[in-house]
Design a protein around this ligand. Structure first.
Ligand code: HSE
Length: 443
């Protein structure tokens, strides 16, 4: 029987504490599946004295994560500190250089430094696993890296942030305001330490950039992801979408186009009949289109301690089995440079909600701007009329009329041009709300 693999875990927040508890309770049960036991030997966090649901006494304690990472008494370093640079990066680099395997749930770190860390791991002949970095407990990294190796993938899309999906679901189902839903997601341990990363779409962008690399065999380029978050989505939009037969989800999409690979994160209208539209609450879902397999849809919990720890243990089990695989499924030097498809070239349908100034000819002007840019309208819905009140000031002489347009497929460039003209024409009272519509294939 091989010696147990010794595990050091740094970062004992929601995921770290769950990982310790899960490993303590499952380590014996894992042996028949891995052929080798996994034993925690060292822990590191900012404070030792906190009730985390386990007793830290049997383990060596390290105030400094980097000291744990390079300690001779560990074989695998588990980084659950978070943050794209700083202590997490220092500790992971130290571990790899010291010849330790690394397991991390840190999407920001992998999105920014994954390629360099993958190279470092290859140089030192060790593994770096990051299953927990994308979509919590869903085994999407393994699926793209290993299970779909026989496919050319041309499209990956997903609900990749549990916090945003939870907020959008609760806002609509329970008529609760955005701030209250976010506070609840934080209380449940779904949100990032800084929740603006969730709601402004950056967490999804980090995860998407990782999936893009795995799906298309390209170098990671998180800087090139087009990002919009969910902070501007209102109940009015969720209700309008519902009436029109759609759900609104924060989607990350990577797709091959003639001009390169498009990477975009934005609130998206998805037909209610689509599989991904049914994915509510903290659940995440990823749809992958492969040329041989067709479409594969994976659904599961995208955030939370135990769900994410489940993915950490999966990586540990692979290392215990002796699985050797490059970080992104192929040797780092064979990854192709990423070629960005510009967002202006994106093609699709659009939902646009205007507050139209209520005066003769205002709507006609909007329709003309759309036609001038070759944009065909699929439907026009006049929402409930705002209460007409006395003008508040000279600058606000008219009531506003909420109007929702759905366009047929057009280009982002045409939409931007039309909206620029409409905004300068003085016929709308505030910035229009734009939500892109995803065709049914993302279902
Ligand atoms: N804050 C993330 C989410 C946690 O809400 O999905 C998992 O990465």
């Amino acid at each position: 029987m091989n010696q147990p693999l010794r595990v050091g875990i740094a970062g004992l927040g929601t995921v770290g504490a769950s990982a310790v508890r899960l490993l303590e309770s499952r380590s014996n049960g894992l042996v028949p599946r891995t052929g080798r036991a996994l034993r925690i030997t060292g822990l590191s966090a900012r404070t030792r004295e906190r009730d985390r649901g386990f007793d830290p006494a049997p383990y060596s304690w390290f105030d400094d994560a980097t000291a744990l990472a390079s300690n001779p008494d560990i074989d695998i370093f588990v980084e659950l500190i978070g943050g794209e640079d700083g202590p997490a990066l220092d500790a992971v680099r130290a571990a790899l250089k010291a010849g330790k395997h690394v397991v991390t749930a840190n999407k920001a770190l992998i999105a920014k430094h994954g390629l360099a860390l993958g190279r470092l791991a290859a140089e030192h002949d060790v593994q770096i696993g990051f299953e927990a970095a994308v979509a919590g407990g869903i085994p999407v990294i393994k699926t793209l890296r290993e299970a779909l190796a026989g496919n050319e993938v041309d499209h990956v899309s997903g609900i990749l942030n549990g916090t945003c999906n939870y907020i959008l679901t609760r806002m609509q189902q329970d008529r609760i305001g955005f701030d209250e839903c976010l506070a609840e997601a934080q209380r449940l341990g779904y949100a990032e330490a800084d929740p603006t990363f969730d709601v402004q779409g950056y967490d999804t962008a980090h995860k998407l950039a990782i999936l893009t690399s795995l799906a298309f065999g390209t170098e990671i380029d998180a800087e090139s992801v087009y990002v919009e978050g969910i902070t501007s989505i209102t109940l009015a939009d969720l209700d309008a979408a519902d009436e029109l037969g759609y759900k609104i989800k924060l989607l990350g999409v990577a797709q091959r186009t003639e001009s390169g690979i498009e990477q975009r994160v934005h609130p998206t209208m998805i037909p209610k009949s689509a599989a991904i539209a049914q994915i509510d609450g903290v659940l995440n879902g990823v749809a992958i289109d492969g040329d041989a397999v067709g479409q594969v849809v994976l659904v599961g919990p995208g955030a939370g301690g135990d769900a994410t720890a489940s993915a950490v243990i999966a990586d540990l089990a692979d290392i215990a089995r002796g699985l050797k695989i490059p970080a992104f499924g192929r040797p780092p030097e064979t990854l192709a440079p990423y070629t960005r498809a510009r967002m202006r070239r994106h093609e699709g349908g659009y939902y646009i909600r205007f507050s139209v100034v209520d005066r003769p000819g205002a709507f006609a002007r909007i329709a003309t701007c759309m036609a001038d840019n070759d944009i065909s309208l699929e439907s026009i819905v006049q929402r409930k009329r705002a209460v007409r009140s006395a003008p508040a000031a000279e600058t606000e002489p008219h009531a506003q009329q909420p109007v929702v347009l759905l366009t047929y497929e057009t280009t982002e460039a045409a939409i931007r041009q039309a909206l620029e003209t409409i905004e300068t024409a003085g016929v709308i009272a505030s910035k229009p709300q734009i939500i892109r519509i995803e065709a049914a294939r993302t279902a």
